[in-house]
Design a protein around this ligand. Structure first.
Ligand code: AMP
Length: 279
């Protein structure tokens, strides 16, 4: 695996490979790699000749400085994992290499910036859109791979890419969960044993919330879910929302044939976790 820290160098190398007709796949990450990330890279390796994994903890997307400062960094282990699965390139730039002197741009995110993560984490999706668009300019991928664990982020990236770089194909990859059902996340490393034991119960509650719609309304189900989460030690409910999987418009009832996902965010101790699933 080749490791690059310089944007100029990786850009040059990719240009050379593209001239030879190679297809390029990009998997952007913030490191502390786990099986969820690995699945994205494996998926990219199936579809692309050359796969680039980027590791960059992007300060622009953190609305909470403590979350940024405590974000885990395990670069030696990450490099080893990437080598083991035969990822071709690791791009590990610093801030300067990504943004240089340029000012952050303002992207049109429509309703995605108003709901759920958009409203609870002001500025977060603008930060995500900025970093992903910069990586697209540097790497010029044919395809880029994103986890559906961050479904709203996936929709943000699809929207901005359609507007500005429509030749890049955005591929969503299903959520990978640990043996107890908790969606894998680098932030899980920060959970105490007790916080973890409570957090692992949330995916089952979320699934149950979907099933309860056979008998109860969405508003009733939301109230039920909030109570269940807040009953678990160390957990603090933030939101539950049901939204159309294509438009992301929140719904209070589900039409026939409408595809809807259920989304939640909650704190386990100091650690904020999100999850979502199709219902
Ligand atoms: P992150 O390093 O958390 O920014 O995540 C990098 C990419 O990995 C994003 O596209 C995430 O959606 C994806 N990802 C993170 N956790 C998972 C997971 N448990 N399953 C699938 N994809 C994931």
């Amino acid at each position: 695996m080749k490791v690059f820290q310089s944007s100029g160098q990786i850009h040059g190398e990719i240009n050379f490979l593209k001239e030879q007709g190679k297809t390029i796949g990009l998997v952007p990450t913030m490191g502390a790699l786990h099986k969820g990330h690995i699945r994205l890279i494996e998926r990219a390796l199936i579809s692309c000749d050359v796969v680039v994994c980027s590791i960059f903890v992007n300060p622009l997307q953190f609305n909470n400085p403590e979350d940024y400062n405590k974000y885990p960094s395990t670069i030696a282990n990450d490099t080893k994992l990437l080598e083991e699965i035969d990822c071709h390139f690791l791009f590990h730039p610093n801030y300067e290499q990504v943004y240089g002197q340029s000012e952050p741009r303002e992207y049109d995110l429509g309703n995605l910036n108003e709901i759920m993560e958009g409203s609870y984490r002001p500025g977060h999706f603008q930060g995500v859109a900025n970093v992903v668009m910069r990586f697209f300019e540097i790497i010029q991928p044919d395809m880029a791979f994103f986890g559906l664990k961050d479904y709203q982020q996936y929709m943000v990236i699809k929207r901005v890419t359609q507007q500005l770089m429509p030749d890049i194909q955005i591929i969503g990859v299903d959520t990978i969960r640990d043996e107890k059902g908790l969606a894998m996340s680098s932030r899980n490393l920060r959970l105490s044993e007790e916080e973890y034991s409570s957090a692992v119960k949330v995916p089952a509650l979320l699934k149950k919330a979907g099933l309860r719609l056979e008998k109860y309304t969405i508003p009733q189900t939301k109230t039920w879910f909030e109570k269940q989460v807040n009953k678990l030690p160390h957990l603090r409910f933030e939101y539950i929302e049901f939204a159309d999987a294509n438009t992301m418009v929140p719904v209070d009832r589900i039409e026939k044939k409408q595809s809807v996902r259920v989304f939640t965010a909650f704190y386990a101790g100091e650690v904020r976790l999100i999850d979502n699933m199709a219902i």
